[in-house]
Design a protein around this ligand. Structure first.
Ligand code: UN1
Length: 507
């Protein structure tokens, strides 16, 4: 049950200091930025923000380091990432503590985020020996046609508060083995975990003798992000955040013919069919919708449930929601921590008001939990909606689960796809035909389509990302590494004749 006792800011400051000391981070003293914690809503430490000169120097250093890094053999580049992964293992709980302090994640989810970092390092080390090109059958005698993958350049990573370290590590681990160098601009809300992760990578750089400029960290406001977007030396901009942010970034990178990898908003849905195992569906729905206090881009935001089982599922769901312990994420009993800020809480309250005005009925949650601090704690909400109204079609980055009912599979699928975003999706069914139709070409239009598992919590081995307003990017596993390289097509003529393709004759 909810325990409203929250650690004091002083205790959190001491815990943070201890974790930073064990990792070896020296805080950049100065002004311009504040590390803060959503647990009490208070500031922890003043920090020196990077200025324009720092941004310029970071890009110059990374561009310089690229010149040697790109010719370092890929398996040797893998050594850097392997060493980094080992340091992540050593400091797993310290890093998780910092994630809890700054992003408000509960212990198990914070540890899970660090595990994603470790996993992507392992994946990238293996990948460093598998940057495979191919040989293609040439139509000409005595010719060889081949494709090779080469390093791309400087990668600018712009990341969000909700996965403050893992998303950077997905990009960085792959970019580094691919021979690229990285300049990172994290969220201003999570400078400490950024400093810690970057410091561990610095230590791995020093231990393996990699060039110093292979990565740089910028603790700065959006101006620094804009400079990464504008600078022609930044070959790829990998940006995670809102669709609004993506709309600003994409055309500016395109205008200079740079590459973009976008991970933007989601409005993820699950269809629960009449044949579903309701207990399994229930567990998956609660984790996906209320986990991380609804602040994952993969959070379940829409539940599309068959009319015949709606009452049964909703009464189980309501009961589970009413028991969800909300509070200090450092308490072992807590499952739902704070929202990131008072602004996020205000947006949640406004979204609930709008939902009610659009005919919605709040079935559970949506109320404040008073902890006597400045932290923003709200109980996750379930709202029954009469249809897919304006607020349901928007991504509100908070734990609100909208419920819609359906009678035919076609109706469910149409509702499912009728939103502007396309990140993650799932269906709960024991009907194999229905499951296959959901993941088929005319089924879910998302980048992730799951069966009998929730929308959030993807493994790193698959490609991660989505379609439509989610931005189309793919990160982490599968062949996402190709996004960090440039492809070269080579035709070698080893005959003594000059044969032109397409039977063209000349001279
Ligand atoms: C994000 O919310 O930005 O699938 C990333 C998941 C995590 C990654 C989420 N592995 O929920």
């Amino acid at each position: 049950m909810t325990d409203t006792t929250v650690a004091t800011t002083e205790t959190l400051r001491a815990r943070t200091r201890a974790a930073l000391d064990r990792i070896g981070v020296v805080l950049p003293e100065g002004a311009g930025l504040h590390a803060r914690t959503p647990i009490t809503g208070d500031d922890l430490f003043p920090l020196r923000a990077s200025n324009r000169v720092d941004v310029e120097t970071a890009i110059t250093d990374a561009a310089q380091a690229f010149r040697t890094w790109r010719t370092t053999p890929a398996p040797v580049r893998g050594e850097l990432v392997r060493t980094f992964g080992e340091l992540l293992r050593t400091h797993k709980t310290d890093l998780a503590d910092l994630i809890t302090v700054e992003a408000g994640k509960i212990g198990s989810e914070a540890l899970g985020e660090v595990q994603e970092m470790i996993d992507i390092c392992d994946f990238a080390v293996g990948q460093s020996r598998q940057l495979y090109g191919r040989t293609i059958a040439s139509e000409r005698p005595g010719h060889r046609l081949a494709e090779t993958w080469h390093p791309l350049g400087v990668v600018g990573v712009i990341s969000a508060f909700n996965f403050p370290a893992a998303v950077w590590s997905w990009n960085t681990a792959l970019a580094l083995v691919c021979g690229d160098t990285v300049v990172w601009k994290p969220s201003e809300l999570t400078p400490l975990i950024s400093l810690a992760a970057a410091h561990l990578l610095d230590r791995a750089v020093a231990a393996t003798g990699a060039p110093d400029g292979v990565h740089r960290l910028l603790l700065a406001d959006r101006d620094a992000g804009e400079r990464l977007v504008e600078d022609p030396r930044v070959a790829l901009v990998s940006a995670t955040g809102s669709t609004r942010m993506g709309r600003e970034v994409a055309p500016r990178v395109a205008a200079r013919f740079g590459r973009c990898l976008l991970e933007l908003g989601g409005n993820n849905a699950a269809i629960v069919a009449p044949s579903a195992d309701l207990d399994l569906a229930l567990q998956a729905v609660v984790f996906s919708a209320a986990g991380t206090a609804g602040q994952r881009c993969t959070t379940l935001r829409r539940l599309i449930v068959h009319h015949d089982i709606a009452d049964r599922l909703l009464s189980k769901l309501g009961a589970a929601y009413r028991k969800l312990p909300v509070g200090d994420p450092f308490l072992d009993t807590t499952l739902v921590g704070p929202l990131i800020s008072a602004t996020a809480a205000k947006r949640m309250r406004e979204a609930l008001e709008q939902a009610k005005a659009e005919g919605g009925k709040v079935l559970a949650g949506g109320s404040e939990v008073d902890t006597g601090t400045n932290g923003a704690y709200l109980t996750p909400a379930i709202v029954a909606m009469p249809g897919q109204t304006a607020i349901v079609r928007e991504e509100t980055f908070a734990p609100i689960l909208f419920v819609l009912t359906y009678r035919t599979f076609e109706e469910a699928l149409a509702l499912h796809n009728d939103v502007p975003q396309g990140l993650s999706s799932s269906i709960f069914t024991r009907d194999q035909q229905e499951a296959e139709r959901f993941v088929a070409a005319d089924g879910s239009d998302c980048g992730i389509a799951n069966v009998n598992i929730g929308t959030s919590g993807a493994e790193i081995g698959g490609a991660f990302g989505g379609e439509k307003e989610t931005g189309g990017g793919r990160e982490s596993g599968s062949d996402a590494w190709r996004g960090y390289m440039r492809r070269v097509t080579t035709t070698v003529n080893y005959s003594a004749e000059l044969t032109l393709a397409q039977n063209v004759s000349f001279l």
